[in-house]
Design a binder for this molecule. Structure first.
Ligand code: GLY
Ligand code: MN
Ligand code: MN
Length: 434
């Protein structure tokens, strides 16, 4: 079912206007000028890298691809968008979508590689990827850290609109995942699978919230595997697809793992086991739950799986205490999700004080206590990563023969996106079509 997003967006903007007014007052500012950013050219080249707009600009507009544009927010006044849309016979000028927000913004079209002048006497900050000289010329403070921290905090608890956008991004991503799976089972190479994903989810590569990970066989054990083989492997053991979508700037971040026709018998039960861990940890989400504690629960669960599947011949407690589970899964359980795939303020408290991850889990991106409105990923994994297992090779409580048989399958990750509610959590990732 598709939600009508316009009324929700209206309430999202009402709340944003209130929170900016409160926050700017606290920082003794009359306004803030937010730069969307600019694409970079490769060195000594006239070709641009792909571009994503600054998160605080996207928070208001949803426009993740709009470059060189500026948004002036002043309490009590309509937000003013300086839309970079110069007359240009090389490119199609930027245009705005038919969405409710456009009618409540003042829009000025023009050429804005340099910032627009600020209203006379405005005590403004300017934020974003702006030259210090340009900020000085504006008479505005550039990226004041306390303001940025407060604005980041304002993105942590999502409005109903934002949750709905992430839900829609999930639905669109899922069409891609279904096509990717079909292509894999039909014998496609990694590149074919990536193209099937993009085609079915109707997006170009530069619009993805992150580079899709499409890892066949051992490539599934490279956590952020970045290539797409053009040839299908000789044996079809496994596929890991971590692939997303944006809707109105908001990201989906979904991972699924599949067994191929040539998978070892132990592999499919491991996928089912990791899926069960994902489901149980997702069911444990609720306000007041400490995500670092959940990270520990993921390792307890993983230890149980290692024991159940005969990979480890000791107790689950020993698998965790000896560091074995962290060799099989070195990444964090999840992260905040929003207009950035790894959304801001995951490792600070609500007052902006640092909350570093524990020494055992340096890759954990979310160390906060959960609160209603947070959207998080839950993404347990199991991988055979030789460089991490090397430290454990001497031990005789691991079935190394089984580990070797699994090594060519790379790994497993199952990742859903969930919105924390007052009572628990709502899974935004739809069930997979058969
Ligand atoms: N796709 C990156 C991640 O799962 O965090
Ligand atoms: Mn993720
Ligand atoms: Mn992911």
């Amino acid at each position: 079912m598709t939600t009508n997003l316009d009324p929700l967006q209206g309430r999202h903007l009402d709340a944003l206007e209130r929170s900016y007014a409160e926050l700017l007052g606290r920082h003794a500012l009359d306004g803030v000028l937010i730069y969307s950013g600019r694409p970079r050219c490769h060195f000594a080249d006239d070709q641009e890298a792909s571009f994503v707009a600054y998160g605080h600009f996207v928070h208001w507009t949803g426009q993740a691809q709009l470059a060189h544009s500026w948004l002036l927010v002043r309490p009590g006044q309509a937000p003013r968008l300086y839309l970079h849309a110069p007359e240009d016979f090389w490119h199609l000028a930027a245009s705005l979508p038919e969405e409710a927000w456009v009618a409540r913004f003042e829009v000025e079209r023009g050429r804005f590689e340099t910032p627009p002048a600020l209203p006379a006497g405005c005590r403004c900050a300017v934020i974003g990827d702006v030259d210090a000289g340009q900020a000085r010329a504006l008479g505005a403070e550039l990226n004041p850290p306390a303001l940025l921290a407060a604005l980041d905090e304002g993105r942590v608890r999502k409005s109903a609109y934002e949750v709905a956008c992430i839900g829609e991004a999930n639905r669109q991503a899922l069409a891609g995942h279904a096509a990717a799976r079909r292509c894999f089972l039909d014998g496609g190479a990694e590149l074919d699978i990536q193209l099937a994903y993009l085609g079915a989810s109707r997006q170009r590569e530069s619009e993805l919230p992150y580079a899709n990970i499409v890892g066949a066989n051992a490539h599934g054990g490279v956590l952020h595997y970045q290539h797409y083989d053009r040839q299908a492997p000789g044996a079809s053991r496994s596929l890991l697809v971590d692939a997303g979508h944006r809707h109105r700037g908001y990201c989906a971040d979904i991972t699924r793992s599949w067994a191929g026709a040539d998978a070892a018998p132990a592999f499919a039960p491991l996928i089912a086991g990791v899926t069960g861990i994902k489901d149980r940890l997702a069911a444990a989400l609720a306000p007041g739950i400490d995500f670092v504690t959940l990270q520990g629960q993921m390792h307890d669960e993983l230890a149980g799986l290692l024991v159940d599947q005969g990979i480890f011949r000791g107790s689950a407690e020993a698998a965790v205490a000896s560091g074995l589970t962290r060799a099989f899964c070195p990444h964090g359980l999840g992260h905040l999700l929003g207009v950035q795939v790894h959304d801001v303020a995951g490792r600070v408290d609500a007052a902006g004080r640092p909350l570093p991850p524990p020494a055992t889990d340096p890759a954990l991106r979310l160390t906060r206590t959960l609160a209603p409105g947070m959207v998080v990923t839950i993404e347990p994994g199991f991988y055979v990563i030789p460089m991490l297992l090397a430290a454990h090779r001497g031990r005789d409580d691991v079935d190394w023969g089984l580990v070797e048989r699994l090594a060519d399958h790379g790994g497993i990750r199952i990742e859903d996106n969930l919105a924390v509610t007052a009572e628990g959590a709502h899974n935004l990732t739809p069930a997979f079509p058969d």
